[in-house]
Ligand binder design. Sequence first.
Ligand code: 3H9
Length: 687
Amino acid sequence: MTNPISTRKHGDVLIILSNNPPVNALSAAVREGLVAAIEQAEADDGVNAVVIACEGQTFFAGADVAEFGTPKAFQQPMLPQVVDQIEACTKPVVAAIHGTALGGGLEVALSCHYRVADPTAKLGTPEVKLGLLPGAGGTQRLPRVAGVEKALRMCATGAPIGAREAQECGLVDRLVEGDLIQHAVAYAEEVKGVRPIRKASERQDRVENIDPSVFDEFLKANGRKFRGFDAPMKNIEAVRIATQKPYAEGVLDERKLFMELMSGGQAKAQQYFFFAERKAAKIDDIPEDTRPRDIKRVGVIGAGTMGGGISMNFLSAGIPVTIVEMGQEALDRGAGVMRKNYESSAARGRFTPEQVERAMGLLNPTLDFDALAECDLIIEAVYENMDVKKEVFGRLDKIAKPGAILASNTSYLNIDEIAASTSRPQDVVGLHFFSPANVMKLLEVVRGAKTAPDVLLTAMQLAKRIKKVAVVAGVCHGFIGNRMLMPRQVEAMKLLLEGATPEQVDRVHVEFGMPMGPFQMADLAGVDIGWHRDPNRIESLRDALCSIERWGQKKGAGFYDYDEKRRPSPSPVVQEIIEKFAAEKGVERREITDQEIVERTLYPMVNEGAKILEEGMAQRASDIDVVWVYGYGWPVYRGGPMHWADAEGLTKIVDGLKRQEERMKPDFSFSKLLLDKAADGSKFTRG
Ligand code: 3H9
């Protein structure tokens, strides 16, 4: 293997250059090369200063996550040693930062004595998102250089800061435009004679006499976000240690905390998920020479909540949108809601007023269906009904330009049937956005039997452009996400009749780490969604609730009662209905344990996921996990349902399902794949 680290001299400055695409991760070879290069600088009397820089798109983006859990991660020199050796260099070392200096990459920069950066660079400690903390001195050096508050926020949230902010807090010494290495060399020339050499680990000024309330205030403001996660609290603890102990002791504590996190299940799950997310973008079986279609203008049919949210994604990415409605009032209302959403985001600092105007300026609201003829991609977001969708696609077929992609935002319906109402099924694809569509990251890209490879590729690439995480799904009822929701919902309802309360079922889900339970979700989305609308036809608990207009939060009553601030409380009315309904159906009521709720609602989801894989409706198990984390808030520290099942043990899942099988009949049947895997000891996911 060629050495990813090279050196060259410019006068008396040694330039150490890393070339380890794609992101200059600090793999074993890079670490080894860095140490050798520092030793070279020490040994060469003709060298008076050093610059460390990277080729390619970025400065070191962190430790090599792919090495974690393998012997390579422990190959000497390990990162803590590397950074100590850089800092100990007797000649000033300047980091030249471009792209993203992240995690171990920022730790390398912190161990350099000076930092210059391109103004577009980003600096951060995203380890927390991998279930970790900066484990090479970062939690101890960063507060010493950038201040405690900044370090606390960066470490505990993982959010990077821009180069300007980094300069303001002292993390970057100089911003330079143009040739970064040339500027870094010039800077090295300026500082080469400065003694004593400034070392982050020796600084105390920014970590002394810190008011401990800084930590309490931070927790008060952010604690909710961290619910269930191990790593944020340990990051906070490590930064607090920097204010309490000398560097040499602090860094030992940091190492201990790092190892505790690294050996835990959450770090494994989060690191697994890091790769799962990136893998999801890859389509396994399309020809390599497939090229995407050019998308210059998008059409959206329907200016309701969904259509408006979908449009905003494209507008925000600078792609013009033609949005079509049937009536002027609905069109005006839709455009008005979009503007209001943008303005409230701007008020929270997410957009500048100019960006809002630019985005809204790209919107062409119209009543003229034929205006869609100029669009390269047309997404319908009309009423969820097959006949309505077929009619829309039939009309589109007549006016859309050749090669335009015709997409449906359906969440359940058969894309092949929709495609059959056109003369160009190869151009038809499902683009299932999740509500609110301008906020939720997930996009299910539904591949019809005849969807052309270049249509699929275009959809996946476009998703990235509009900052979505896309997953390919096959045509089946509810695709990946909603299909797995169904068995959960069926069993949750049955559990109510058997003796559980909505509060108990929801509590179990929230304690598991979901943002809300099945009944809270139903109340939020609308209990009446998909209801047949006949108040006299009461065949299910849901029918009973709907018939008395308990449609959820929007009516102030659903599975829960709501006060005027939409705060829920258990509903005696609902309890009465449940008991009455159970009596009518002859369901025997009993005490339901939390464990049974897990086995009846979460285990069947794993079973359904396995069926989805068995039928080829998802490309890989990790795609299912991506759907559930990004579409439904499955706690990322449990990796997603399939990774969670693997971590729990598939025999445990199967045993639990067998225990419940009788009660779940006739709604439940075993996935053969799940049974096989449990029997032969294999897993759905790796990691
Ligand atoms: C750490 O540093 C621990 C230390 O504190 C202590 C150690 C003792 N390793 O995201 P992209 C791959 S923890 C290995 O699509 P972008 C990625 O899988 C680390 N591989 O590009 C993908 O591969 P493929 C802290 C990595 O331009 C390819 O690079 N650092 C790593 O959208 C392109 O990635 C982080 O957490 C890595 N560290 O975004 C930073 N990073 O093409 C994580 C990326 O085969 N990385 N790959 O699918 C990122 O946030 C983004 O990748 C970055 C580029 C912003 C850099």
